[in-house]
Design a protein around this ligand. Structure first.
Ligand SMILES: Nc1nc2c(c(=O)[nH]1)N[C@H]1C(S)=C(S)[C@@H](COP(=O)(O)O)O[C@H]1N2
Ligand SMILES: [Mo]
Length: 417
């Protein structure tokens, strides 16, 4: 009977070990890629590689189903092996729960178009939450189970036994060794708590407080252009009631800084009249106010933004579009980022060359002094630090589209007019 059990233990044990190893490597990859993907500095470094990394992240995430399903086949036997070891049972449960949370929210983020922004937004919050809880948990788990710690443990256990070959070592060595292991465990735990605790609390605070962050951003001295634009009555206080949510600051270059000496705005290309303004002139153009939502393809949204600026249509009318023009190309003052709209899309009423957000000048972090806002499309279309609009006869593939983003940026519920 015991022989049979030992055999089973060995066979299942080997399979379980393999599942565990695969699972660990996949999660390590997902953790690393998952941390890199939203990380600002890596946007600049990776470029097109970022889109590949995203697909790898999705692919490995889906493939995680394989070891999990395989484990579930063995789970019954594993469970009986864990008899009398509640801590290990808990560990299995927690790990499975974390992976389920990651998996389900990951599916929604992957299929963001099918689910729409509200779902994506929730899924991203959940994906993040599971990361900030699950990752420290799994790192702790793997660090405290590394071989050298086990070795320490085994040695301490071995010296517990009397009359062993290690007779040379003094018996008093037992205590310190075991204590050292316990000490290391708590030290590592405390290290994680100190390193990750504050960022976790901050994350909690920003996710669950409605609009603190936008206000903070707007408080910061946005840009150095004078005179500051004066808000319209609808802008201050903002008719939208103030932005709800948190912008993630995205840029593929260092954030460019402008002042009156190096800023200008140009409309050129296939126009009847090239237009060029300096800031003092630009700030006098007639502006309108709109309230719209802001949806990034990576899942986050900011609702009820009150933007004040010049409707794109007005600028195009003023310049006079030549009939050969097919595409409106937008240039960022960062010198790198561009995007485009078809001439037909560019006629939509709500596209805005925005100067203010919630009654304040747009801070440079959010693309000020002037950014594009295309409310009916995912916001990679909303070019930050916009300083030139060119009408061209051919097509233009934008920065992220060249690197794998869909040319079709329409939101699922877009009216398209
Ligand atoms: N110049 C420039 N414009 C840009 C980007 C960028 O990296 N550079 N990122 C785009 C993307 S993908 C998004 S989601 C929004 C983010 O705007 P925010 O940084 O103000 O939150 O800006 C868009 N416009
Ligand atoms: Mo985005």
């Amino acid at each position: 009977m015991t022989q049979w059990l030992n055999k089973l233990r060995k066979g299942v044990g080997r399979k379980l070990a393999a599942v565990h190893r695969w699972n660990a490597w996949m999660i390590a990859f997902l953790a690393l890629s998952g941390l890199i993907l939203p990380w600002g500095a890596w946007r600049e470094i990776l470029g097109a590689g970022r889109v590949w990394l995203k697909w790898l992240h999705v692919g490995v995430g889906l493939a995680l189903l394989l070891p999990v399903l395989y484990y579930l086949l063995l789970a019954g036997k594993h469970w009986s092996l864990l008899k009398g070891r509640p801590a290990q049972k808990w560990n299995v449960g927690i790990v499975l729960l974390i992976m389920t949370g990651w998996f389900l929210s990951g599916i929604v983020l992957w299929q963001f178009r099918a689910f729409g922004p509200r779902w994506s937004n929730t899924a991203l919050t959940i994906h993040d939450a599971f990361t900030w809880i699950g990752l420290p948990y799994m790192i702790y788990h793997s660090v405290t189970r590394t071989r050298w710690l086990k070795e320490t443990h085994r040695r301490s256990v071995r010296t517990d036994r009397p009359a062993q070959q290690s007779a040379g070592s003094s018996p008093s060595a037992t205590e310190p060794l075991y204590t050292r292991r316990a000490f290391l465990r708590s030290a590592i735990g405390a290290g994680f708590a100190i390193a990750l605790g504050p960022s976790f609390v901050k994350w909690l605070a920003t996710s669950f407080s409605a609009d603190g962050n936008v206000e903070d951003l707007l408080q910061k001295d946005g840009n150095h252009l004078v005179p500051a634009p004066q808000p319209a009555a609808d802008s201050l206080p903002p008719v939208g009631g103030g932005s709800k949510g948190m912008f993630r600051i995205y840029t593929v270059t260092p954030i460019p800084e402008f002042d009156n000496s190096n800023w200008s705005f140009t409309v050129d290309g296939l126009v009847r009249k090239t237009l060029k303004w300096n800031w003092e002139e630009f700030v006098k153009l007639t502006r309108t106010v709109q309230v719209s939502n802001f949806h990034c393809v990576t899942g986050w949204s900011v609702y009820n933004n009150t933007w004040e600026g010049i409707p794109l249509r007005h600028l195009l009318e003023q310049a006079g579009v030549q009939s050969a023009a097919q595409t409106v190309k937008f240039y960022s003052g960062d010198g790198v980022y561009t995007d485009s709209l078809t001439m037909k899309q560019a006629q939509m009423d709500d596209i805005m060359v925005a100067v203010m957000l919630d009654g304040k000048p747009i801070p440079s972090d959010l693309g000020g002094p002037v950014r594009l806002v295309v409310p009916q499309m995912y916001t990679y279309k909303s070019v930050k630090w916009l300083n030139r609009i060119e009408l061209i006869a051919e097509d233009h593939v934008g920065y992220w589209e060249e690197r794998g983003y869909d040319k079709d940026a329409w939101l699922p519920d877009a009216k398209r007019t």
